[in-house]
Design a protein around this ligand. Structure first.
Ligand SMILES: Cc1cc2nc3c(=O)[nH]c(=O)nc-3n(C[C@H](O)[C@H](O)[C@H](O)COP(=O)(O)OP(=O)(O)OC[C@H]3O[C@@H](n4cnc5c(N)ncnc54)[C@H](O)[C@@H]3O)c2cc1C
Length: 396
């Protein structure tokens, strides 16, 4: 195959980059290793900044017809007290709230819109395994597909293949790692209309419950690498922990078993350099985000917009981005990634357990007292969480 741009990874970063480049007439092929987007471990949050981009593209009404729920404020419950730490209601945008929508719906929507551009191609079941490198420049990708290995040659390869990026490893780009505060156990429990379950509940661990209509999508956070210890303590003890944090679900916790609990290891890192000749990494491939604050998807989308704005016109003219062009994307987005990671690892760290017997209500981040008393701080945090550090607009 030959394309002007080959995007590896059909997550939020890759799909948005592919769509926006194709919209500018760039020939794009997106390689996605899975057969579809239907996986459960993806985050569900679509922030005001991403909704604003969809509005800019003229698709917001159609998008909001997809099933979703709205969260105009982020409130956490710590030791029986609600603390609102981000309020989006004063944002001057089309949608001043977080839309909770299963990510496969978001990605299907973007794929449907992108398919309308004749220069866009999405290839599922195509796993990039190697980079093609000629005279020090990345000139394409080798991918395993159902029909055997395929070579995709491109003027630019975008590595958007997430926190375990193959592309960045093959390119010799090494991340600097920070120690993540947690791992996540991800499972479902049935939901009844009368259930009252807070979005975030602190205590012995921390429980995040997302309303998905007829079931709760639940994330139970544990200290990094503590899953073995939790399993040794036994399933009844784990069910009990969940029931303690969500008493409304105590009559259902016996439905939890280890086979249906997915253990997701969290990773936080960033590349000192996001590019090498012919290749640019964006999204989690450039800066792996923890789920804290639910901001990683939106940061990935913002990277994609900056990439399309800065490199799309050159690619569309048939040009090959040089090191300086790629460096402009990094310098535009790097500060946003660093500040957001510092926020996740600093302010939000204390919301999560430090060991399995830790009660998180005993170390509520000190700034939470200020959130209770100072509504303007909640609005400020609403801007930071909802819009990010440097919100991007799609260039004409
Ligand atoms: C447990 C957990 C929960 C999270 N919850 C949230 C949340 O609620 N809200 C939020 O904003 N953020 C959340 N995050 C962070 C968020 O998931 C990431 O920041 C975000 O998904 C990054 O998007 P991306 O497109 O860069 O990468 P990804 O979403 O990881 O997408 C990468 C894509 O590349 C594909 N791929 C990988 N390797 C290859 C290959 N070799 N060839 C082809 N395709 C490949 C993958 O299948 C995937 O589709 C969470 C993270 C974790 C770990």
């Amino acid at each position: 195959m030959r394309a002007q741009c080959c995007v590896v990874g059909g997550g939020p970063a890759g799909m948005m980059a592919g769509l926006l480049l194709a919209r500018q007439g760039v020939e794009v092929v997106v390689l996605e290793k899975h057969a579809d987007f239907l996986r459960d471990f993806r985050g569900d949050t679509v922030h005001p900044s991403t909704l604003e981009l969809i509005a800019e593209l003229g698709w917001i009404e159609e998008f909001l017809n997809l099933p979703h729920s709205k969260m105009p404020q982020v409130t956490v419950n710590m030791g029986g007290r609600d603390v609102t730490f981000a309020d989006f209601s004063r944002l001057n945008v089309h949608c001043p709230y977080i839309a909770f929508m299963p990510q496969w719906d978001v990605l299907d929507f973007l794929a449907g819109k992108a398919a309308a551009y004749p220069t866009f191609r999405l290839q599922h079941r195509a796993q990039a395994t190697q980079l093609l490198i000629e005279q020090g420049r990345v000139t394409g990708v080798l991918a395993d597909t159902e029909d055997g290995p395929v070579e995709v040659r491109a003027d630019l390869v975008i590595g958007a293949d997430g926190r375990h990026s193959t592309v960045r490893a093959r390119a010799g780009l090494s991340p600097v790692s920070a120690s993540p505060p947690m791992d996540v156990l991800w499972f479902h429990l049935p939901r009844r209309p009368q259930d009252r379950v807070p979005f975030f509940q602190g205590g012995k661990g921390a429980l995040i419950s997302i309303d998905r209509g007829d079931y709760w999508q639940i994330a139970y956070t544990i200290p990094a690498n503590a899953f073995g210890e939790l399993k040794t303590a036994g399933l009844p003890a784990f069910r009990d922990r969940v029931a303690q944090l969500a008493p409304a679900l105590h009559d259902r916790v016996d439905q939890i078993d280890w086979e249906t609990v997915h253990h997701l290891s969290v990773r936080v890192d960033r590349l000192p350099q996001w590019h090498r000749p012919g290749l640019l990494c964006i999204g989690d491939a450039a800066h792996a985000m923890s789920p804290a604050g639910g901001v990683g998807i939106n940061l990935a989308v913002q990277d994609a917009v900056a990439t399309a704005n800065l490199l799309g016109p050159l690619l569309a003219r048939g040009g090959k981005p040089e090191a300086a062009d790629l460096a402009r994307v990094q310098s535009r987005r790097e500060r946003a990634a660093r500040v957001t990671q510092a926020f996740q690892l600093g302010i939000l760290r204390d919301l999560y357990p430090k060991n399995l017997s830790d009660d998180t209500t005993q170390h509520v981040p000190p700034i939470f007292a200020a959130f209770r008393m100072l509504p303007p701080l909640r609005h400020l945090m609403g801007r930071f969480v909802g819009m990010g550090v440097r919100p991007e607009r799609i260039s004409a």
